[in-house]
Design a binder for this molecule. Structure first.
Ligand SMILES: Nc1nc2c(ncn2[C@@H]2O[C@H](COP(=O)(O)OP(=O)(O)OP(=O)(O)O)[C@@H](O)[C@H]2O)c(=O)[nH]1
Ligand SMILES: [Mg+2]
Length: 301
């Protein structure tokens, strides 16, 4: 029997920004920790462009995980500048940071981020990602070097692919958060509306399906989202904007085949997100120089 004086652990709740070099597995980590696919993932760097909040509901704690774009040293245009701002503002707003890094010694990007975290003064945990991709012996010197360079509350090797280390990472995050009443409703998963998540899923398939010349010049906007009753499928119309007519031709493909594949890949994922049957219509439009117009970037929501 528990002694009457034994208090339950205090509830903790707060925001933790997941930051790191592009392509280290930040979005994959967010999805694995929350237990739902919220943030899009691809093998190409700089997939994530906007912040996304995913709430890890831990029982006696809530970690509002902020996914951020991969660190960009020097932006080329308005989209790059907006991505860098998303990262900086996530760090500034958060109670804690989760630095994600691949299992190799810290480089310039990691050092810059450790400096930014130190400057923000927030507690930080380090996740060494993709541990399934290296022999275990490679981890020790990496962990030792990071421990020398920043006072992380904990350094946790993880593999999202093999579901390894995630419970320990969740506990490490909990320890970084302030004692506080729940900040988020108990059933809250994300701050993004279905429209945003659906547009992102289409963009993920563009990243997956095409070579580099298309994805980095593509933006997706949902211009119709009609929820229907019962068995009738919801109607979703997404427009993929690209820079040039040549990219439009590539996106559509011969006889529309390539675009059809994008739809075939995206639809089941949209259905599993909304829990509803979906009729997905895809359009491609040329909007030259959209990438350099900040106003256009923010219409992606
Ligand atoms: N082997 C292995 N691959 C992983 C793991 N986690 C992520 N990946 C792969 O790493 C690639 C990048 O993953 P993302 O989650 O998109 O990485 P990110 O850091 O969010 O990337 P950006 O948004 O572009 O900065 C994808 O191909 C993932 O499948 C892991 O635990 N093991
Ligand atoms: Mg990402």
């Amino acid at each position: 029997m528990k002694a009457m004086s034994e208090n339950p652990a205090p509830h903790r709740s707060g925001l933790a920004a997941i930051v790191g070099r592009a392509n280290v597995g930040k979005s994959t980590l967010l999805n694995a920790l929350v237990g739902r696919k919220l943030s899009i993932v691809s093998a190409k760097p700089h997939t994530t462009r906007r912040q996304l909040l995913g709430v890890l509901q831990g029982g006696d704690f809530q970690a509002g995980l902020l996914d951020t774009p991969g660190f960009l040293r020097k932006g080329r245009d308005a989209l790059d500048a907006a991505m860098a701002r998303e990262l900086a503002s996530a760090l500034a707003d958060a109670d804690a940071a989760l630095l994600a890094a691949e299992p190799r010694l810290p480089g310039d990007v990691e050092r810059t981020l450790m400096r930014q975290i130190a400057h923000a003064g927030t507690p930080a945990a380090l996740a060494i990602t993709k541990t399934d991709s290296v022999p275990k012996t490679r981890l020790l010197p990496v962990i030792a070097r990071y421990a020398e360079e920043h006072p992380f509350t904990e350094i946790v090797p993880v593999s999202a692919a093999e579901n390894d280390g995630l419970d320990r990472l969740a506990n490490a995050l909990r320890a970084c958060l302030p004692e506080r009443e729940p900040l988020f409703p108990p059933d809250m998963l994300t701050n993004r509306p279905a429209r945003f998540l659906v547009a992102e899923l289409v963009r993920e398939k563009v990243f997956e399906r095409y070579a580099d010349e298309v994805p980095y010049d593509a933006a997706v906007e949902i211009d119709a989202f009609e929820e229907r009753e019962g068995a009738a499928p919801d109607y979703v119309r997404a427009v993929i904007y690209v820079d040039k007519p040549s990219q439009k031709r590539l996106l559509i493909g011969k006889g529309g085949g390539a675009l059809k594949e994008v739809g075939t890949l995206a639809r089941p994922e949209i259905e599993s997100l909304t829990g509803r049957p979906v009729y997905l219509e895809l359009w491609v439009k040329v909007n030259s120089k959209w990438r350099r117009k900040p106003g256009f970037i923010h219409r992606e929501t």
